[in-house]
Write a new protein. Structure first.
Length: 71
């Protein structure tokens, strides 16, 4: 019985986590413009302690052309 309850709870938690993922790319906006950021790409994971990654971004001020870059 306890294992059945544990499986049910784990399944509920996993389902909730996947339902809240907004997907990529993600966007933040306010009155002055918008920031769009894309899924990070992992380059290296040194000795499982230090991650090196990059992420593309697009910044667009209201009424202007977007500026694209990499972080």
């Amino acid at each position: 019985m306890k294992s059945l309850v544990a499986v049910f709870l784990i399944g509920s938690l996993i389902g909730t986590c996947f339902a809240q993922d907004p997907g990529w790319p993600r966007e933040k906006t306010n009155a002055s413009g918008a920031l769009i950021y894309y899924q990070p790409q992992l380059d290296e994971w040194k000795e499982f302690r230090q991650l090196e990654a990059r992420m593309a971004v697009s910044i667009k001020a209201t009424g202007r052309q977007p500026t694209v870059g990499v972080i």
